[in-house]
Structures are given as C-alpha cells and as structure tokens.
Design a protein around this ligand. Structure first.
Ligand SMILES: [Zn+2]
Length: 396
C-alpha cells in the first residue's frame, strides 16, 4: 500500500527537450522545492538562473505547492538576487502546446523564492519560465515553409554540440536595388519569446498576401532563426556548452570554443565580401522587466546611422506593441572596457565591418501596451509588426 501510494504520488521530470531543473526536493507528496539549475560562464562567473522547465506526472486533485529556489546570480560581474521575481510568474500547460500564466503565486524576497500554488486540471502538466520554443518547434516551422519558392536555406556551420546552424533567405524577384535586413533570434537560449517573434516574422514574410509579397519584393531578408540550438535543447540560459556567452565574445571569435559565433560572423563576412550591403541588422532578446532598443556604437556610427535609428525607434513605438522602458540609446564600444570577449554582436560587427546593428530587448513581464503578460499569440503578432516596421524604416 505504501509502495502504491508512492507510485501514485506526483513526480517531477525534466527528461525532454528544453527541460531543466537543479535539485528536486520533496517536502511532502504535494510540496516540492525546485532548484533552478542556472549556468555560469567559462570562468565560473556571471551565474544566471532564469530558465526552468519541467513536467509533473501523476497529479491528483490535491493542490500542489512548488517552491522555485536558488535564484541569486550575477550579471556583467555584478551580483543580484536573481531574475525570477514577482514580475515573472511562469506559464503552465496541460498539453505541452498551449500555455497560460500561473496566477496563484507569491514571491518571498528574503530567501528569495517564488512559491506556486497549482490546482491541477489534469494528471500531467508542464511548467516553464516562459513558453518554450525548442528545436522541435523550429523543425516544424521549416517543414511548413521549405517548399516556398521565395525561401532559401543554407547550413552555415555547426555548434559545439554538433548541431546544424541555419541561415534563411527570404526574397522575391530580382535582387537588384533591394534593401537588406539581417535578423538574429535566440542568441540566448532562455529567451524563448524572441523565437516566437521570429516565427511570426517568418510566417508573415512568406505569406501570400500582397502586403507580404511586397515585403520580400523590396527587401532581402537574411535570418538566423536560432543561434544557440544546443542551449535550447538542454534548457540552457545564455552560454554555449563551453561556457561562452554567444552575445559577448564577438571581438574574439574562436572556432573551437565558440563555433556558433564563428559561423554567424563568417556568414555576414561572406555576404559583404560578395559585394552586398546590410542596411540593418537586428538581434532580438528578452529580459525580465526591461524593454528597449539599442543602436550602433559610437553614437550611431558618429551620427551616420542616427536618422535610421530614430526611424526604427519611432516606427516601432508608433506601430507595434514595443513598449520601451527607456528612450533609444546607442551601444558602448564593448560591455566591459579593457576585457576581451565582451563585445555583443552589434558591437563586434560594427567594429569589424561598420554595420548598423540594433539590439532589441523585450520584457517577459507585464507589457502596458498589451495590458497583460506577453503570451505566444502576442509574440507571433509582434513578429508580423516587426518586419513591417523595419521594412518601412529602411525604405527612407
Ligand atoms: Zn539575450
């Protein structure tokens, strides 16, 4: 009877793509302390603990108490209490596909911990920091679009874990006289919201409506849909398997330790060397509560890219759900002066090629323009708004 009770008790699992937890402690049959695994960099610094994704099997009608613990970390060498707070309740799903935010929770800033109270609506449920988007999702998208004659895919290299990295080109008709926009999604594996935006962007660009055809008629879209497939597979945070942050290190480019950056950098270099231009490059990210757009270093390329940056910013603010917490700013030359391996993609590519790169952060917490916590449909819709706004901003 005791054995049967144990078998019937809820159990926590992470043995699926993107699944991640550290230590799992059972307090009672319906109360668990779940440690966020977190990841540190190659020097065991900059611990970031903001991805967790797990499944509960064998839930009954008994309410579950789930304490999310082990949150403190470090960012750009400054310690913090952790990125998981009252502002970042997780999402829950009963089919692994449709997600909604957990609404019954409290945050204890002293430990710190996030305590979830879940009244199960089924025997099996999934919980994650934000709606997961994995290599499986990307493969499904590829299958939907690969036969489109305006879609072209090339493999540009492999990750440290041996996974393929892709560059997609979306364009219609002759290439002459077109603007060129590069988009990069998911440099950081926890930031799944950026992938949902990417999916919305790609679907919009390949749609058959006259408006979508015009978008690919006027612009050549170069898209790296998923920059860190290894991290996405293992439920990582922001480092590759060797501990390198894939949105730093653009000033070192080591093909052995960080082949992802090498492959992406070389794809850009080949494009430029073949005589093509890049009118705008955007790397999309997520933060917990911040939202902003950052333009090219040197105060917008010594002013050269300032009008473009202002157009991008104004178009996004007026025509999309982008709700910046601060005005447009321009990147410094590096994130940590005097230390190698600290340039972001826009800093590194600006220094090497003079490209106008932009970094956009979108919050996972409440967006005042939306009036709620961002959900998957909001991200997909923003992807549509984003490509329309960028095409307009480069048109000048
Ligand atoms: Zn990021």
């Amino acid at each position: 009877m005791l054995l049967l009770a144990a078998l019937l008790a809820p159990a926590i699992h992470t043995d699926f793509e993107g699944g991640s937890l550290g230590k799992i402690e059972k307090v009672t049959d319906t109360h668990f302390r779940l440690s966020v695994k977190g990841e540190s960099d190659q020097d065991n610094r900059n611990r970031q603990a903001n991805w967790y994704s797990f499944r509960v099997d064998g839930a009954s009608s008994q309410p579950l108490t789930l304490d999310i613990v082990n949150l403190p970390g470090e960012y750009n060498y400054k310690p913090n209490r952790g990125a998981i707070t009252k502002d970042t309740p997780p999402v829950i799903s009963y089919d692994g596909t449709h997600w909604e935010h957990v609404t019954t929770f409290e945050y204890d800033p002293d430990e710190p911990k996030l305590v979830l109270h879940v009244q199960p609506r089924g025997k099996r449920l999934w919980i994650a920091h934000c709606p997961p988007y994995t290599n499986v999702n990307l493969a499904a998208l590829r299958n939907q679009i690969k036969a489109n004659p305006d879609f072209h895919e090339e493999a540009i290299g492999k990750t440290a874990g041996g996974r393929e990295l892709y560059l997609w080109t979306i364009s219609h008709g002759a290439a002459t006289g077109k603007k060129v926009i590069w988009l990069m999604f998911r440099q950081h594996s926890w930031e799944s919201g950026s992938s949902w935006v990417g999916e919305g962007a790609v679907k919009t660009l390949l749609a058959s409506t006259p408006e979508s055809v015009a978008l690919r008629d006027r612009v050549i879209w170069k898209i790296i849909p998923l920059c860190d497939p290894d991290g996405v597979a293992r439920g990582g945070v922001r480092f590759n398997v060797n501990g390198f942050d894939l949105n730093r290190n653009w000033d070192v480019v080591d093909p052995v330790k960080m082949p992802e950056i090498t492959a992406q950098r070389n794809a850009v270099a080949r494009w430029l060397k073949a005589g093509n231009q890049i009118d705008l490059l955007l790397s999309l990210h997520n933060t917990e509560t911040g939202e902003y757009l950052e333009g090219p270093p040197d105060n917008g390329g010594n002013g050269k890219f300032k009008p473009l940056a202002e157009r991008v910013s104004q178009t996004l603010v007026s025509q999309t759900t982008f709700a910046p917490a601060r005005p447009l700013s321009f990147a410094e030359q590096t994130t940590t002066p005097g230390k190698p391996g600290r340039m972001t993609v826009i800093q590194g590519l600006y220094k090497e090629f003079g490209i106008p790169g932009f970094l956009m952060e979108q919050r996972i917490s409440d967006n005042k323009k939306l009036g709620h916590l961002p959900e998957v449909p909001d991200r997909l819709k923003f992807g549509e708004e984003l490509v329309k706004a960028l095409a307009k901003a480069v048109a000048n």
